[in-house]
Design a protein around this ligand. Sequence first.
Ligand code: SF4
Length: 81
Amino acid sequence: MVKYKVEVDKESCIGCGVCSSLLPDVFELGDDGKCRIVEKFRVSDDESRSVGEVGEEKYADALNQVVESCPTQAIKVSKGE
Ligand code: SF4
């Protein structure tokens, strides 16, 4: 199954909430006001980075849209196996 590795650089994130508004199935704002991957897809999360793996192709377009919409380019998505 195609998986997307999603990485949020919390040091760049300004907590604007665009990602969690566009794709709440994958992104949420944490207690620190920074974006993180929701628990369902989360692989790791610390104060500087949140990493997740999304195995569902249906999110592909929305993930690209989020990457383009983040005002600080804090989100990276790469395709895995
Ligand atoms: Fe942070 Fe970018 Fe999400 Fe805004 S869109 S909350 S800056 S990761």
